[in-house]
Design a protein around this ligand. Structure first.
Ligand code: HSE
Length: 328
């Protein structure tokens, strides 16, 4: 741990020049499931699949260059790009003439609900920090990466960013000041279906009611506490019972064709439970073992084949590492 990490504060200010080690690094930036049904904006989980592939190169000039490797129409102005905006913030806290060129192979489709913008933001800051000899703490990286979420949805939230950077399941107890709590969990299998429609996070936030009834709030925080306790105590029944959302899901699920049927039939097939991944349209289900997760996948396929809506599915597990450096 370097001095900066030891002293890391949410709004850190003083830095000496970082040691510049390697010139270029490749990272895998994973998908994430935000909210975990009841924990709107406060819970998130990192997945092994799918991942964006990113290359970050050190420049000896204070500037950011964004390259979309496969021609995906990403904004190339750094301030408007979900990978660029966090790096602009990082450069503001770096002395000297350092910059970064970022090449993005976008594999996690924007608007899918599995943390596409967070993967770009987290991948960029973790890769850049590696090139700086891990100058910044993980908490600093989350703070920078949230600027990418602001570009994407107009609001800073860390429930995709934190698990993407820390790995595993994280609780964001607060973002002002930043307070991230890693939550241990049993090995669980995750099945995702991504119906091929786009739901913009900004739209999916706009339709939410701004006030909640006290009786709904009580049910919701009972579920959040139950879910966290279930993960930490390896209590699968408690996890299943707590995967209930009485505030957000009733409003957002109307944007997702087949949602109620998917949820019902996947649970009948043995899933512990699940719901909308992030702001949708992806739906995730947790299962205790791989055969159940695969059965859940066939249920999802059968429903979307019948509805006649194109989709992608993934059967994966919880990624305890987060963004991974794959070579220098
Ligand atoms: N917590 C956020 C939301 C995640 O549900 O709007 C979206 O990325």
């Amino acid at each position: 741990m370097n001095n900066h990490q030891k002293d890391a504060q949410p709004q850190s200010t003083k830095h000496n020049s970082p040691p510049l080690e390697d010139r270029c690094v490749q990272v895998l930036a994973p998908a994430t499931v935000a909210n975990l049904v009841c924990g709107f904006d406060v819970l998130g989980m990192c997945l092994h699949e799918p991942n964006d592939l990113m290359e970050i190169r050190l420049l000896e000039e204070k500037k950011i260059i964004i390259i979309s490797a496969d021609g995906y129409p990403l904004p190339l102005d750094p301030a408007q790009n979900t990978a660029g905006a966090p790096l602009v913030e990082m450069l503001n806290e770096l002395p000297g003439n350092t910059g970064f060129e970022v090449t993005i192979h976008k594999k996690i489709k924007p608007g899918s609900g599995i943390g596409s913008s967070a993967a770009s933001a987290a991948g960029a800051v973790v890769g850049a920090n590696h090139l700086l000899g891990d100058f910044f703490s993980k908490q600093d990286l989350v703070r920078f990466a949230m600027f990418g979420e602001k570009v994407a949805s107009g609001v800073k939230h860390a429930d995709n960013i934190a698990p993407c950077i820390y790995g595993g399941i994280t609780l964001i107890r607060s973002i002002y000041p930043l307070d991230i709590v890693p939550i241990s969990s049993p090995k669980l299998f995750v099945t995702i279906v991504h119906p091929q429609i786009e739901v913009r996070t900004s739209d999916a936030r706009q339709i939410l009611r701004k006030e909640v009834l006290l009786k709904d709030a009580i049910r919701q925080w009972g579920n959040i506490a139950g879910l966290v306790a279930g993960f930490m105590q390896n209590d699968l029944d408690l996890i299943g019972r707590s995967l209930e959302d009485v505030i957000i899901e009733p409003v957002r699920s109307i944007l997702i064709p087949g949602f109620d049927e998917v949820k019902l039939k996947c649970k009948e097939a043995g899933a512990l439970g699940g719901g909308i991944s992030g702001s949708g349209p992806s739906i995730f289900m947790l299962s205790k073992d791989e055969p159940t997760a695969i059965k859940v996948e066939s249920v999802m396929k059968e429903i979307y084949n019948r509805i006649g809506l194109a989709y992608h599915t993934y059967v994966t597990t919880i990624n305890q590492t987060g963004v991974t450096i794959i070579n220098n």
